[in-house]
Write a protein that binds this ligand. Structure first.
Ligand SMILES: C=CC1=C(C)c2cc3[nH]c(cc4nc(cc5[nH]c(cc1n2)c(C)c5CCC(=O)O)C(CCC(=O)O)=C4C)c(C)c3C=C
Ligand SMILES: [Fe+2]
Ligand SMILES: [Fe+2]
Length: 340
C-alpha cells in the first residue's frame, strides 16, 4: 500500500432534529438537546429541574405543532438538506475521500456514524461541524461529543477539527449568490438574523470582562475571534459588501431567544421597529444556518411574517439557506482539500 495516500474520511455534523413531529419524538429530542451542559450552561441539578420539570414538558407539545407544519414527505428539512449536502460533497470529492453525516442530537447519531467510520480504519478523519460562527453550544458541543466517543477507541487516527469558517470567501459568495436572486432595491430593509445565544455564553469566551465592553459590532481581532457576536457582525459586513448593501439599509438581529438575557438586538423587536418606521417589505438572510430548518422556514417565514403584518408590514422574504447550493459545496470541498 502506498502510505503517501492517507485513507481519509470526513464527518459533517449538523444540529439534529426530531425523528418525527410526534410530541413523544419532539420531547425526546428536546430532552437530549437541552440537557447538554454546553446548551443550558447552569449547575446540573438546576438544569435537570428546569429542563426536565419545566421547559421540556411545556415546550414539547408547542414545538411539535411547529414541527408538524415544517415536516414534508421527505421528512425534516434540516436532515434532508444535510443529506443532500453530504451526497453533493461526496460527488465533488470523488472516491478518494469518504463523506459521512451525523447529527449532534438524535439521528444519525455521532456514536453510530463514528462506529461505522472506526471500522473503516481511516488514517485521518476531518470533523466538520456545519456551523459557520463558533459557539460552544454548537461547534463546541459537536467537537466534545466526537472527543468523548473517539477517546475510547484503541486506535485513534489522525484527527482534524474545523472550528469555524464564517470568513471563508466561498461561504460568503454562496450567500451573496442566494441574495442576488432577489432585487435588494425592492426591499425597504434587509435583516441579517442569526440564531441567538445567552449573553452569558458569549461572555465566557473572554478571560476578563464582558462582550458589551468590546467593539464586537465593528471588528474581529485576536481577542474576540471566537465571540459569536463578533463573527456574526463580520459575516454580515462581508455579505453586505458583496451585495453592495449600504450600512443604513441593513440590521443585524438575533432570533429564537428563550429569555431576555440573550444577544441583542432581538429580531422580533427589530421587525416591529421597521414596521413602525413604515417598512413594507423586508428581506431576511439567516447566515448562521447552513440548511433550512424550523428556525428559518417556520420562525422567519411564518412567525416573523405574521408579526410584521400585525404591525403594518406586508412581506417578509426569506433568502433560502445554503442547502445544496453549488458554491456552498465548493466551499466545503475547499475546506476539506486544505486539510487532507
Ligand atoms: C447557529 C446555530 C445554533 C445555535 C447557536 C443554537 C443555540 C441554541 N439553541 C437553543 C434552543 C433551541 N434551538 C432549537 C432549534 C434549532 N437550533 C438550531 C441552531 C442553533 N441553535 C437549529 C438549526 C434548530 C432547528 C432544528 C430543526 O429541527 O429544524 C430548538 C428546538 C425548536 C424549538 O422548540 O424552538 C430549541 C429549543 C439554545 C438554548 C441555544 C443556545 C444556548
Ligand atoms: Fe437552537
Ligand atoms: Fe464579543
Amino acid at each position: 500500500m502506498n502510505m503517501k495516500n492517507k485513507k481519509t474520511g470526513v464527518l459533517l455534523i449538523n444540529l439534529g432534529t426530531p425523528d418525527s413531529p410526534k410530541v413523544s419524538d419532539v420531547r425526546s429530542y428536546l430532552f437530549q438537546f437541552l440537557n447538554d451542559p454546553r446548551v443550558i450552561d447552569i449547575p446540573v441539578v438546576l438544569r435537570k429541574v428546569l429542563v426536565n420539570g419545566i421547559i421540556v414538558p411545556f415546550r414539547a407539545p408547542k414545538s411539535a405543532e411547529e414541527y408538524k407544519k415544517l415536516w414534508t414527505d421527505k421528512g425534516s428539512p434540516l436532515l434532508y438538506y444535510s443529506e443532500q449536502t453530504k451526497e453533493k460533497l461526496q460527488e465533488s470529492l470523488g472516491n478518494d475521500i469518504t463523506v459521512e453525516l451525523a447529527m449532534r442530537y438524535k439521528n444519525p447519531s455521532i456514536p453510530d456514524v463514528l462506529e461505522k467510520m472506526r471500522k473503516e480504519n481511516y488514517d485521518k478523519i476531518i470533523i466538520l461541524p456545519l456551523f459557520p460562527q463558533y459557539a460552544s453550544a454548537t461547534n463546541g458541543s459537536a467537537i466534545e461529543e466526537v472527543f468523548r466517543v473517539i477517546s475510547k477507541w484503541w486506535v485513534i487516527p489522525e484527527l482534524e477539527f474545523v472550528g469555524q469558517f464564517y470568513d471563508h470567501p466561498l461561504y460568503i459568495q454562496a450567500y451573496a449568490e442566494l441574495g442576488r436572486q432577489f432585487k435588494i432595491e425592492d426591499y425597504d430593509h434587509v435583516i441579517f438574523s442569526y440564531h441567538g445565544l445567552p449573553t452569558r455564553q458569549v461572555d465566557k469566551v473572554y478571560d476578563n470582562g464582558l462582550c458589551e465592553d468590546r467593539d464586537c459590532e465593528k471588528e474581529v481581532n485576536e481577542e474576540n475571534k471566537f465571540c459569536y457576536k463578533a463573527t456574526s457582525y463580520a459575516t454580515t459586513r462581508a455579505i453586505a459588501e458583496a451585495l453592495n448593501i449600504p450600512e443604513e439599509k441593513y440590521t443585524v438581529a438575533f432570533q429564537s431567544r428563550l429569555d431576555n438575557k440573550w444577544l441583542e438586538p432581538f429580531a422580533d423587536k427589530t421587525i416591529i421597529e421597521q414596521a413602525q418606521k413604515g417598512a413594507k417589505k423586508l428581506l431576511f438572510f439567516s447566515p448562521a444556518f447552513t440548511a433550512d430548518c424550523l428556525e428559518t422556514i417556520i420562525e422567519i417565514g411564518e412567525g416573523y411574517q405574521e408579526l410584521f403584518e400585525e404591525h403594518g408590514g406586508e412581506k417578509v422574504q426569506l433568502v433560502p439557506s445554503l442547502n445544496d447550493h453549488p458554491t456552498w459545496i465548493e466551499c466545503l470541498k475547499d475546506i476539506v482539500k486544505n486539510r487532507v
